[in-house]
Ligand binder design. Structure first.
Ligand SMILES: CC(C)(COP(=O)(O)OP(=O)(O)OC[C@H]1O[C@@H](n2cnc3c(N)ncnc32)[C@H](O)[C@@H]1OP(=O)(O)O)[C@@H](O)C(=O)NCCC(=O)NCCS
Length: 330
């Protein structure tokens, strides 16, 4: 009797994600585990996963592209009694010939938590990234997720950046007066200063994930022709006070999600310029549905808030040593 029961029960196991068969199950698991924090973009992501899971052409292509395209096509799942109850995705990126791996979609069904499943899944993804020659291993988590923070810190990840995404709707009903800041069109002569500020606020170490297309901001004939032929629209405004440049804001339209704003401001006294520029953008872009600003967290939150922007989320970006031998902690 004991022998029969033992053979009927499937042993809990870690196994590689099978992109051909697991995608729908993983979409359901990720949706259930992130239910509290999914916004419109998150729901779109899940829908895309489901669509992909039903598309045989995509799935056939995906088996050949696992380690080349920046999509969650590989990783591991954890099974209990034949059911997938845990997942981790490993997403490849390339930056100046360096392979960078992003660990994502770490999720364990609520009735199987605190058994070390996420730790094993994440450690296995780190190991796989190292086997594939990772130059760096990254992940990000929301700042209001202490469980994930403890999990990743325990596996050797360390915080490298903390960034907030802010959202606002354009509107004509916003006052621009009273700050003593003048907003004008950005001129070519403003570019060297703007470039320095952009480099400080959008650091190189995250460029693999969020690359800045410098040609979209640079003045001059070449960049203008590039923007024209690539159908790359942009607008840029500069904020001045007493003849001094205090900040520049660039806008790029996006389809399917909020338009992107890139703020470049003086470190010491750029806060009021940022408010003025953001208000100006909201007034100038009234035909656009939504504006998004990604900015270092906790630096000038009040200035961004004063322009009517609301924080959508703050992400903590963490990095682990890609070369260290994996410490097996189960
Ligand atoms: C976060 C999550 C993946 C953890 O899964 P799990 O299998 O329960 O985690 P583990 O059992 O492997 O825990 C490993 C370590 O993480 C930390 N941890 C996990 N859950 C925790 C909790 N609820 N509170 C505090 N620390 C926690 C602990 O340090 C734990 O080690 P310990 O049990 O020895 O103390 C799971 O809670 C989950 O799916 N949450 C919803 C989705 C999510 O937030 N994913 C992370 C996105 S970045």
């Amino acid at each position: 009797m004991t022998a029969i029961t033992t053979t009927m029960l499937k042993v809990p196991q870690l196994r590689p994600l099978n992109i051909l068969t697991d995608l729908l199950t993983v979409a359901n698991l990720v949706e259930a585990c992130f239910a509290d924090s999914l916004d419109a973009e998150g729901h779109r992501y899940i829908q895309q996963m489901r669509r992909a899971g039903k598309d045989s052409h995509f799935l056939r292509w995906a088996t050949t592209a696992m380690d080349t395209v920046s999509m969650p096509l590989s990783g591991y799942v954890w099974e209990e009694n034949g059911e997938v109850v845990g997942n981790v995705s490993l997403i490849p990126f390339k930056c100046e010939r360096k392979k960078i791996y992003l660990i994502a979609n770490v999720a364990v069904r609520s009735d199987y938590r605190r058994q070390g499943i996420a730790r094993t899944l994440t450690a296995s993804a780190m190991q796989l990234a190292r086997q594939r020659g990772a130059g760096a291993i990254w992940l990000h988590t929301r700042d209001d997720n202490p469980a994930a923070l403890a999990l990743y810190t325990g596996l050797g990840f360390r915080e490298r950046a903390r960034r907030t995404t802010w959202l606002a709707k354009p509107t004509r009903n916003i006052s621009l007066n009273g700050s003593g800041i003048t907003v004008t069109a950005r001129q070519a002569r403003d570019w060297p200063q703007q470039e320095m500020w952009l480099q400080r606020l959008y650091p190189e170490e995250l460029a693999w994930y969020q690359p800045i297309t410098w040609l979209s901001f640079r003045p001059g004939l070449g960049p203008s022709l590039y923007r024209f032929f690539m159908d790359f629209e942009t607008r840029q405004w500069a904020a001045w006070s007493n003849g001094r440049l205090l900040g520049v804001l660039a806008w790029q339209p996006a389809s399917g999600h909020a338009d992107r704003l890139w703020a470049a401001t003086a470190p010491e006294d750029g806060a009021s310029a940022l408010t003025a520029l953001l208000c100006h953008a909201r007034r100038a872009l009234t035909w656009r549905p939504n504006l998004a600003l990604d900015f270092p967290a906790n630096q000038v939150d009040e200035a961004i808030h004063s322009a009517g922007f609301q924080p959508r989320r703050t992400l903590i970006w963490m990095q682990a040593d890609a070369t260290a031998a994996l410490d097996e902690r189960r």
